[in-house]
Every structure is written in structure tokens, then in C-alpha cells.
Design a protein around this ligand. Structure first.
Ligand code: ATP
Length: 903
């Protein structure tokens, strides 16, 4: 096999790669794919199992539990110690699995958005999945592309961001014309590498390495691990968990003197109780449940077309209060149809093809416009096949065809001498073409004011160049405004024939000057179906929408009005006006004008707007698709990139990628974010509600001062902790949205996830009712058997069996009460009926599992001896089904009253 030197002369390299500048045949590419394998990096699993697993056993809450277990062991209570260790192990395993799940959910997103590459196969440019690239493929690299193989450039020049390889994020220039030999590969000027991205320019090159043979494949730390950033949510919950742990420690510690002095328990026994109480109260299950809830949300969102790259973004989505959206493709379909053309003095309707064709034959001006539109274009119309290229350019090419020009791209490419790419900042694109019977001609198209400002002449009605007077400009502007007011997208065209001795322009300023205005083409890009509804939803949900578009102010305004973003009189700020604004003025403008549109906006404007909004305390979602949008996407709280039309660079900078480019998907994601946040609050209330029934028995015992036996054994408490918490909490994360979720304002960004009313509801209401029922059951069974305060219930006392029954009743009462709590917390304010009693199948399954577990705890002989449970008579058992109904019913009444008093 030939040893490749990618720095050798291009023709030699092509020969060594057995390729040509026309690329490979599909057949050969398939063969090579078998030989070299798919172009993927084998992710070396850097997950270090033992370390990651060990972390689950050593986080602070687990350490606290270890302490309790150690204490129990020292005082000789090995059974309880084992139970506590079991809790630690179960929890660690659960957390570990959750983390894996969460990582996988984010990793899986890659499947939804395969990376594409443009290659020449069988002499034709085609898009292939980047995994199909093979050495020898001729690739086209354009601005915004993520480069998918190591490539030697053959022609053209590109700016590349090589930070993935070198850590240096300032783009470097790589050009076919700057061949280096004998320099380190990464510094060679004619080579670009997989993993870097193209920030400007366009070039063709030959792939010389793919997959693991690429430079990035060689770099050891190639596996990008999912960013495991701690979300604010997790951060807050961690803090509260600590607070509760601290309170538990204090409670447990204060229990010891009370139990020994007042209730005359031995010191050892009170230590055991204290440690058990501590283990029961530490909310160790909360964090993994939150992680899982977020991971589930990421999966669900992916199924609906929104790929969220960080778990924490789900939470941010829920508090989003401003969406900055562009227009083309997001609010509109980006399927443009040419509607009309205009040359001075004449409007030509393009939907009437016969009329358009006759206009072309009779008018030199129309023919020139058609020629410019066909030349200054990179789209292709294929007979019988779908057109390829940018939708604006496809529509323009269709217009050119309707006006009589030849849309054949081969002919166009053959006559093209050079090209100045579309620059979103300038809003212009130009080509220099060798037109038959003329010397070279500059063809320029772009935003009308950008083109017009570079025109000194105009093709008059007779098709002859004439000086462009102020009146002539006025006439063009009036035509543009008339189109734009109809919501049409307008592009202007101009040209300049180079004089015989004039050299071919090297810079765009040399080309785009002194132009002769040719005409306008107006395109219709209708709003997407469903966008109006989504906009209306945003309104009721208190989310402000700001349109930031590169398009004309009147077009922007017409579309904004049509989809309901603004009313009749929005404030429209154009690019020029924007540039004159100071930071303070921009902040005031955004603050004071609820309906503001930024038109002819540059990517930098997006960045400034995002900054101003963030400084104003808003949570901003911002869309973008170009390379230059990346800073704004990073600055926004939620950067939203387009899956279809966006560049790879924008997709990398974004937090969320819309598979279908649709605005409505952002609203769906916000809805999901709100729902998940609500659900997290629901299971926090559920888990916290455990605390009261877990502590009250000990309080009763302590206050009883030896007259009342302990209403629940420590092992029962731990069994309750294991058996009743995790599954229902998990299933609550699947709760459907409460009605009216998009009819309330966004959650204030600074508002904590745990609020005082939630704690009151958990501890003082739901938990208190469960505790009352539990204690009621305990005393009922005991008193029924003839117990009176102070009567002995220990091992050989006649009341011992009744005492065991009573603790079993208390234990089952807690479990039953928690079922009621689970149903109660399903809604925060609404009635359960409004979401449907049986709509959460997961919860029903979790409750069934909990009942089965309770039966096991009470009826399986090994469990009986471990927990001290005994079977209950049917008359006692029959009381239990009422417990959940009472808990849930009381909460239902409370919610009803709250809705009535504080609507
Ligand atoms: P949005 O920002 O909402 O997506 P947009 O597509 O109009 O709107 P840009 O892509 O930045 O934004 O385009 C800005 C302007 O540049 C367009 O309104 C149009 O006048 C002009 N333009 C767009 N595409 C081309 C092109 N291929 N060649 C020349 N000019 C173009």
C-alpha cells in the first residue's frame, strides 16, 4: 500500500489516492467504504465505571447514611445497619443508571441529525451522509460546514476554526494555493481537518483520511463526553436536600436525650432510633429522580423535533419569556415562489407564464434581468427532479426561466469567472461572468437598498444604460415598497460590463461598484401552517416574540402582522437605525416597545439584542442559522439552530436544534419545559410529604414519656423509605400538562424550585393528614385490644401481639396515605378531574407495585421477622382503602378553595 503524504503535490496525491479531480464513482466509493470502514470515530468509552460508581457511594448524602450505618454497627444493631447499607446501595445503583440514561439520551440526539457532506460522485455533486465519506472523495467545503474528513484542498480558500484540534479558536486561512511541504500536518496551509469547521469561503478538496485515520481520530481524548453541567434546578435541590439533612441530624440528635431521659429508653436503643430516623429522612432519592425526569424530557422533545443538547436546557425553556426569531424558514415555509418581476416602468406577473414569456421577448430590460438572475445564482433546477440550492435562489432561477433565460447550471458554471459569496452583512452576492458577445460582466443581486446604493446607472425602458437620477431611485424604491408591503421578499439585480482593459476584480468592493440597476424579482414565502396558533399561545403564555430578520422592514412587518406577532403599528428598527443606538437606548427601546421588529438586522445586532435582553433579566431563546449567528446563539439562554437550513457551526453553538426549522417547535419545547418543571415540583412535594409521617411517631413516643410505645419500628420506617418513594416519584415526572399551562406568565427566572407554599402543603397539610391517619390506626388497634397508656407491650406482655398489629397498621397507614398524596400532588391547583384520574398509567403501575410490596412486607415470613410485622384482621385492613381517599379528598377541597379565593 502506498504511504500517503498529504503535503505532496496535488496531482501526485490524487494519483496515490487513485482518484481524479472529478471524484470517485459510486461503485468505487462503495468498495472503499468496505475497505476503510465508515467515517466515524469510535467513541472510546471514557466512562470509568468503577470511578463513576464509586462517586455514587461517596456523595455527601450517602456519606451521611454511611455514618448512620457505622453508628448502628458500633452499637450492635447489625440488622438495621444492613438495611441502611441496602438503601445506600439501591440508591447508588439507581443514580448510576439514571446518569447513564441521561448521557445516552443526549448522545442519541446525534441520530436525529446526521452530519452531511457534499461530494462529487459519478461526476455530479451530491450530498451524502458524512459516515459514507472515503479517502479519494472530492469534497466541497462551504461556509458553515463542519469538515468531516481530513482534506487536501485542490482549489479555493476557506477560513477554518480548528479549535477542536488545536484549542485555538481564532479562524485560520487554508488555501489550495498555499501549499507547504515539510511542516507539521496541522500547520500545513493546504490541509483542513475533520472536526474543524469552515467559517468563511468555499473550497474543493480531496479527502485523504477518514474515520479513525484522521488527525482527530488520533487524538487520545476524542470522546466528547456530554456536558454534565449541573442545572440550576439540581443545584437548588441539592441545597435544600442538605438543609433537610441538617434538620434530620438535629432532630435525630435531639431525639437521643428525649428518648433516654423522658421515655426511659436505653442509650443504645435511642441511638439506633436516631440513626434510623436520620436514614429515613435524608431525601437521597430526589436528585436522581430529577436527572431522570430531565432525560425523559430530552427524549420526548427529540421525538417532537426539538433536539436539546443539555439536560439543564429543559428547565431554562420553562422560564423562557422572550423568543427572538428570524423570519425566513422559521415563521415562513422557506419554499419560495416567484410572484412578479419589475423593470423600470413595468411590472411582469410571473404566475402568468405566457405573459412573462411575452414580456421577455419584447423587452431588453426584462431579458437583462432574466440573464442576471440566471447567472448570479448557485441553485440548479433538475428536469424531473427536485431543485437543489438555497430556496431564495431556486425561486429566482425559476423566475429567470419564466422570463426566458436558460436555467442550465452547466452553462452558467462554464461562463463564471469568479464569485463573491452572499454576505449576510452586506446582503449582496456577485459573480463575474464571461457572457457571450460581451466582455466579462459583474452580476450582482441582493437586498434592494444594498444594490441600489452601489448603482450609478439604470437600464431604462428601452434597455439602455442611463444615469440613475434621484427620481429614478425614488421609482425603484416605490416599487420595492409596494412589493414588500404585500409581504413579498424582494431582490434587486444589477450588472456592470467590465471594460476591455479592466482586470478581473479581486475584491468585492472593486466588483460591486458603479453598477447599472436592472430590475427586481418578488418572491412569496407564505407563513407556515400552525405558526399563527403558536404565536397566539405565546401571547397567552406571556412570552414576547421579537422578530429579527435580514429582510426588508415592510416585508418583515407584513409577515409579523399576518402571523399575529404584532398589531397594526409595530416599532420597526432597521439595520442603519440599529447601528446608531447606544446600549442604553437599545435597552430602553426593548423595554418600552412591546411590539418591536428588527429588520435588515445583522448577526451582530442579534448578539447585542440578546445581551440587552439578558441584562434586562429576561430569559431569551434566539434562533439563528449562519456562521455569524454563533455568538448570539451562545449568548442567548437558549440558542436555537435550524436542523434543515442551518449551518453545522450554528448547530454546534446552539443549545437546541429544530429538526424541522419550525417556530411552532420552539413553543412546543417551552410547553414541555414548563410541564417538566411543574412535574419536578410535584414529586418534590410528594417526596417531602414523607417527612411528617416519618417523624410524628417518634415525636409521639418521645412526648409520651414512656407511656406510649413507639408506633412504628425502625425497620418499618426504612422499608417505607425504600418501598414508597422512588417509583411514584418517577411516575409523577410523566404527568401530562395541567390545563392552562400556557395561559399563565413564565416562571420568574430567579424563583426557586422549592417554594414555601409547597413545603407547607407537603409537611403541614398532606404529611400531617397522613400522620394523623397513621397514628389514628395505631391507637385504634391498640385501644381495641385493651391497651391503656403505660400498659407494657414488650416481648412477653399479653399486649405484645396487639402492639405488633398496631405498628403494622401504622406502617400500612403510611403507605396507604402516600398513595393518596401521590394522587393529590398530580395537580398544583387544578382539580384531578380536569387532568383525568387514570391518565398517568405509570403512576397506576407504581401504586400497584407499592401495594404488592406492602403485601410482601406484611405477609412474607422473612419480612415479618425482619420488620416485626404481623397479618391484620380483615376489619382493620378494610379501613385502609379509605386513607388515600381522605388524603386526596382533603387536598382536592383545599385546591378548590384556593381556586375560588385566589383565582
Ligand atoms: P431571516 O433573517 O428572517 O432568515 P432573511 O433570509 O431575509 O431573513 P438573510 O438570509 O440574512 O435574512 O438575508 C438578508 C437579505 O439578503 C434578504 O432579505 C435578501 O434581500 C438578501 N439575500 C438573501 N439571500 C440572498 C442571496 N442568495 N443572494 C443575494 N442576496 C440575498
Amino acid at each position: 500500500m502506498v504511504v500517503l503524504d498529504p503535503e505532496e503535490a496535488a496531482d501526485r496525491l490524487l494519483r496515490d489516492l487513485r482518484s481524479t479531480s472529478e471524484g470517485l464513482s459510486t461503485r468505487e466509493a462503495e468498495r472503499r467504504l468496505l475497505q476503510y470502514g465508515p467515517n466515524t470515530l469510535r467513541h472510546q468509552r471514557v466512562r470509568r465505571w468503577p470511578v463513576d460508581l464509586a462517586r455514587q457511594f461517596t456523595h455527601p448524602l450517602a456519606l451521611l447514611l454511611w455514618l448512620a450505618a457505622g453508628l448502628l454497627l458500633v452499637v450492635g444493631s447489625s440488622v438495621v445497619a444492613t438495611a441502611v447499607v441496602l438503601i445506600i446501595v439501591l440508591n447508588a445503583a439507581f443514580s448510576f443508571v439514571q446518569e447513564l440514561q441521561a448521557e445516552r439520551a443526549v448522545e442519541e440526539l446525534a441520530k436525529f441529525l446526521p452530519q452531511r457532506a457534499t461530494v462529487e460522485r459519478d461526476g455530479m455533486m451530491t450530498e451524502v451522509d458524512a459516515t459514507q465519506l472515503v479517502p479519494g472523495d472530492i469534497m466541497l467545503i462551504r461556509e458553515g460546514d463542519r469538515i468531516a474528513a481530513d482534506v487536501r484542498l485542490l482549489d479555493g480558500a476557506v477560513g477554518v476554526d480548528m479549535s477542536a484540534l488545536t484549542g485555538e479558536s481564532v479562524p485560520v486561512v487554508r488555501s489550495a494555493a498555499m501549499a507547504d511541504a515539510n511542516v507539521p500536518l496541522l500547520s500545513a496551509h493546504e490541509l483542513v481537518f475533520s472536526g474543524s469547521s469552515c467559517t468563511s469561503g468555499e473550497a474543493r478538496g480531496v479527502a485523504f483520511a477518514t474515520g479513525m485515520a484522521t488527525e482527530i481520530g488520533r487524538i487520545a481524548a476524542l470522546s466528547e463526553r456530554v456536558k454534565a453541567d449541573q442545572s440550576p434546578l439540581e443545584h437548588q435541590v441539592r441545597r435544600v436536600a442538605w438543609l433537610i439533612a441538617a434538620v434530620s441530624v438535629m432532630l435525630a440528635l435531639s431525639f437521643i436525650p428525649v428518648a433516654t431521659l423522658a421515655a426511659h429508653l436505653t442509650l443504645i436503643n435511642s441511638l439506633v432510633f436516631a440513626a434510623g430516623l436520620l436514614a429515613g429522612m435524608v431525601p437521597e432519592g430526589l436528585l436522581p429522580v430529577i436527572t431522570l425526569a430531565l432525560a425523559v424530557a430530552v427524549r420526548q422533545l427529540a421525538g417532537r423535533g426539538a433536539l436539546v443538547k443539555r439536560l439543564s436546557a429543559v428547565e431554562t425553556l420553562g422560564s423562557t419569556d422572550v423568543i427572538c426569531t428570524d423570519k425566513t424558514g422559521t415563521l415562513t415555509e422557506n419554499r419560495m415562489v416567484p410572484v412578479a418581476a419589475w423593470v423600470p416602468g413595468r411590472r411582469v406577473e410571473l404566475d402568468d407564464r405566457a405573459f412573462a414569456a411575452s414580456a421577455a421577448t419584447t423587452s431588453t430590460a426584462v431579458r437583462s434581468l432574466a440573464g442576471a438572475a440566471a447567472s448570479c445564482n448557485n441553485a440548479s433546477l433538475h428536469d424531473g427532479g427536485d431543485p437543489t440550492g438555497d430556496p431564495t435562489e431556486i425561486a429566482i432561477l425559476m423566475a429567470a426561466q419564466a422570463l426566458g433565460a436558460d436555467p442550465n447550471h452547466r452553462w452558467r458554471d462554464a461562463q463564471r469567472r469568479c464569485q463573491f459569496h452572499f454576505d449576510p452583512q452586506l446582503k449582496l452576492m456577485s459573480t463575474v461572468d464571461q457572457v457571450p458577445d460581451q466582455s466579462s460582466v459583474v452580476h450582482t443581486k441582493g437586498a434592494p437598498e444594498a444594490v441600489l446604493s452601489r448603482c450609478s446607472r439604470v437600464l431604462d425602458t428601452g434597455g439602455h444604460p442611463a444615469t440613475l437620477s434621484a427620481a429614478g431611485r425614488g421609482e425603484v424604491e416605490a416599487a420595492v415598497n409596494a412589493f414588500a408591503a404585500e409581504g413579498l421578499r424582494v431582490l434587486a439585480f444589477a450588472s456592470r460590463e467590465l471594460t476591455v482593459n479592466e482586470p478581473q476584480p479581486q475584491r468585492r468592493t472593486e466588483a460591486e461598484r458603479d453598477l447599472c440597476f436592472t430590475g427586481l424579482i418578488a418572491l412569496l414565502d407564505p407563513p407556515r401552517a400552525g405558526v399563527t396558533d403558536s404565536v397566539a399561545q405565546c401571547r397567552t403564555a406571556g412570552i414576547r416574540i421579537i422578530m429579527i430578520t435580514g429582510d426588508h422592514p415592510l416585508t418583515a412587518r407584513a409577515i409579523a402582522q399576518r402571523v399575529g406577532i404584532t398589531g397594526e403599528h409595530p416599532t420597526v428598527v432597521t439595520g442603519d437605525q440599529f447601528e446608531r443606538l447606544s446600549e442604553a437606548q437599545l435597552a430602553a427601546l426593548i423595554q418600552d416597545n412591546p411590539e418591536v421588529i428588527f429588520a435588515r438586522a445583522s448577526p451582530e445586532a442579534k448578539l447585542h439584542i440578546a445581551e440587552a435582553l439578558r441584562d434586562g433579566g429576561h430569559v431569551v431563546a434566539m434562533t439563528g442559522d449562519g456562521v455569524n449567528d454563533a455568538p448570539a446563539l451562545r449568548c442567548a439562554n437558549i440558542g436555537v439552530a435550524m436542523g434543515k437550513s442551518g449551518t453545522d457551526v450554528a448547530r454546534e453553538a446552539a443549545t437546541m436544534v429544530l429538526v424541522d426549522d419550525n417556530f411552532s417547535t420552539i413553543v412546543t419545547a417551552v410547553h414541555a419545559g414548563r410541564r417538566i418543571y411543574d412535574n419536578v415540583r410535584k414529586f418534590i412535594v410528594f417526596i417531602f410529604a414523607h417527612a411528617t409521617p416519618e417523624t410524628v411517631p417518634f415525636l409521639v413516643f418521645a412526648i409520651g414519656g414512656g407511656l406510649i410505645p413507639l408506633p412504628i419500628t425502625i425497620m418499618q420506617l426504612l422499608a417505607f423509605d425504600v418501598g414508597s418513594e422512588t417509583l411514584p416519584a418517577l411516575s409523577l415526572s410523566r404527568e401530562p400538562a395541567e390545563p392552562g399551562i400556557m395561559a399563565r406568565p413564565p416562571r420568574p427566572h430567579k424563583e426557586g424550585v422549592i417554594r414555601a407554599p409547597m413545603l407547607a402543603r407537603a409537611w403541614l397539610f398532606l404529611g400531617a393528614i397522613v400522620a394523623a391517619l397513621q397514628m389514628g390506626g395505631f391507637f385504634y388497634v391498640l385501644v381495641k385490644a385493651g391497651w391503656h397508656p403505660g400498659a407494657p407491650v414488650n416481648g412477653d406482655a399479653p399486649l405484645h401481639h396487639a402492639y405488633q398489629q398496631a405498628t403494622t397498621m401504622a406502617f400500612l397507614g403510611m403507605m396507604a396515605g402516600q398513595v393518596g398524596t401521590a394522587f393529590a400532588v398530580r395537580t398544583q391547583r387544578a382539580s384531578l378531574r380536569s387532568v383525568g384520574v387514570f391518565t398517568n398509567r405509570y403512576l397506576l403501575a407504581a401504586i400497584a407495585a407499592e401495594i404488592a410490596l406492602a403485601a410482601l412486607f406484611v405477609y412474607a415470613p422473612p419480612m415479618q421477622s425482619l420488620l416485626g410485622t404481623v397479618p391484620l384482621p380483615a376489619s382493620d385492613l378494610l379501613l385502609l382503602p379509605a386513607y388515600p381517599v381522605i388524603v386526596w379528598g382533603a387536598d382536592e377541597i383545599l385546591r378548590y378553595l384556593l381556586r375560588k379565593w385566589a383565582p
